[in-house]
Write a protein that binds this ligand. Sequence first.
Ligand code: GLN
Length: 276
Amino acid sequence: MTVRQWLRAAIARLAGSESPKRDAEILLGFVTGKSRSWIIAFDDSELSAEQLSQLDDLLARRANGEPVAYLTGQREFWSLSLSVSPDTLIPRPDTELLVEQALAHLPETASTVLDLGTGTGAIALAIASERPDCQVTGVDRIAAAVSLAESNAQRLGITNARFRLSNWFSAVSGEQFTLIVSNPPYIDAEDQHLQQGDVRFEPDSALIAADNGLADIKQIAAEAGHYLLPGGWLLLEHGWQQAEAVRAILQQNHFVSVATAKDYGGNDRVTYAQKR
Ligand code: GLN
């Protein structure tokens, strides 16, 4: 079977997915070790029996809904190629807004940053790579996430990010940071979004929060003040319908200059606030 024939059949089989062509090309690239441009240019190449059996297995799993990033163990975020695993959320393009806003709120002088619920380390590593003068700490309460983030840092050669096992602030008591950033769980357990598509394969611990999805945001907002230097910023990702509630929570916790930024889809996505 040629690359072209396999691609045609695979795209038909993935008709239920959001991006059948892209998914099929990524799986083909993963199994053959070739780039997308090679696949397009040499699509009359024959696939080996071994490649075909590996591709069949991956295609069946993808058709069943498993995210491509879990099948290949890899995902691009910011300008970084990250290892991902089913222990962690797959970094989303929307979350790049959180990185942009964090960079915009960091002073020009060397600073310290805390990333709560770091998962793959995506946010911490993106900030650390852009600001080599800053020290970034990423924490997660899942040990497998901490080791994944550490191995991502090592592979990318990013030396100004360190990772720790921590239930929110538990491992950083007594420390104060210039900026705290988090993409916490913020989806209500009853939300229909959780029943559809790739998200079904991602860990509940990274997605679901009690209290209409606001429980973790409330906890972070209540405690963050102790871990911020005066004038420091807290930035939180949240659901597109949660902005007003998140602003109110931050104001109740005595933060000032509270405002929300929209993602590329035009949805409220990141709210930031300053410690007085
Ligand atoms: N934005 C993600 C989603 O919609 C959720 C991320 C999160 O809960 N922190 O699937």
